[in-house]
Design a protein. Sequence first.
Length: 345
Amino acid sequence: MNVSQDKPAEPPLPPAPPPLPISRRKRRVPVFLWILLAISLVLNAIWFSGRFSFGWMGGASEYPPVEATLAWGDEEGEAQVAILYLDGVILDEATQTFFGDEPSPVAMLIAEIQAVTMDYNYDAILLMIDSPGGGVTASDEIYRALMDFKQSHPDRKIVVHIEDMAASGGYYAALAADEIVAQPTSIVGSIGVLISAVNFHKLGEKIGIEDVTLASSDNKALLNALDPVDPEHTAILQQVVDDMYGRFRGLVLEHRPFDAEFADQHNLLDGRIFTLPDALDLGLVDRVGYKDLSRDVVLELLNASSGAFYEVSYASPSFSIFSAKVPEVKLPSLPRSRMMYLWKP
């Protein structure tokens, strides 16, 4: 006898869950990525505030960003000397790059001098100069920073080593030195001030260009490139040039071993340049020699038998995506007139 056994019925399947909202379907960013992003933001904020604390942020940086590399001597020497460089035309103008503004060479040199001044391990500065000069104010700021270093401690010394030239503003900066050493082929001097401009008035008349300048007074638009040269304007500017020259002349007479009568008798301050050995004979430099002599002079002034000479350089900030800026597009402008301590052959 066949007995049929019915299988028990399978339980029904549970209903499918409703679809997730679209917002919940997105992949979540891992927590560790958020942590890395926060750390990066903090580090970049610290980097930015530390790297760019120049005068426009309220005075000199407390810790200017510099690096020091041993260039000559023994780290265990009696003295520590900072080697700094003043090269090229002295202009305090930042350089625009794709990643933002690079500080000017003048700003970087002053930052280096300030860093050495605040580090009392340094006993002296050996300043290597190869410059035809440049801006009046920029040259004076370098001179002032060097004098601050000397005045920070009575035993600190500065030696200047002139390579190709120290003319005009380059020589102005060299006046802060305790001794000036120049190479046998150096050019020295050009003690004076100039301001130059190009006048397009006659050209404008020929090709039909007319200047439209609204000024509060006749003397406001000095050296307007499209106006006729006005003798009154040139007289005003000549007075300014004479005042700037008076400061330069006074500093030369203060720091160099001759008086005004000797300087005038030998035409030392009339803007001409001098080669060696005339510059040595006339007192514009103290010794003639090469870099090894300048190092020996530093140790001699410090009464030290040995020393460590470090090349101190401004530490350019590393690239950061958070500091990158789109460069500005600037329209061309007329040549700029400015007061210059500059040898301009």
